[in-house]
Design a protein around this ligand. Structure first.
Ligand SMILES: [Zn+2]
Ligand SMILES: [Zn+2]
Length: 100
């Protein structure tokens, strides 16, 4: 499975992390890409993971000294991702006005 992101890209969280490491809408730079046995993961923090491990979505433990997160919790950061839903709707209706 190919990683969706590359090191250096800006990404935005699309959901709150269950343990509060990030919130929906938080933006990060991809510092490292990696994979566990079943998901692609990204490193977004410089801080060391002192627990020395992470749990994969399947439940198995992986040894790592970095905080790694499932890449599916993120989307590539674009100007659109900064827009609220209502702003996005306005853009759509404005475009419709122009084409009428
Ligand atoms: Zn595993
Ligand atoms: Zn797994």
């Amino acid at each position: 499975m190919k990683n969706r992101f590359e090191v250096g890209q800006k990404i935005i969280a699309i959901k709150d992390h269950a343990e509060g490491y990030f919130k929906k809408g938080d933006a990060f730079n991809v510092l490292q890409i990696d994979k566990t046995c079943c998901v692609n993961v990204v490193r977004i923090f410089n801080a060391k993971n002192i627990s020395g491990g992470m749990k994969c979505v399947c439940g198995c433990s992986h040894k790592t000294n970095s905080y790694l997160f499932n890449e599916n919790s993120f989307n590539l950061f674009t100007e659109m991702s900064e827009m609220s839903y209502n702003e996005a709707l306005n853009v759509v209706s404005n475009n419709q006005l122009i084409t009428k």
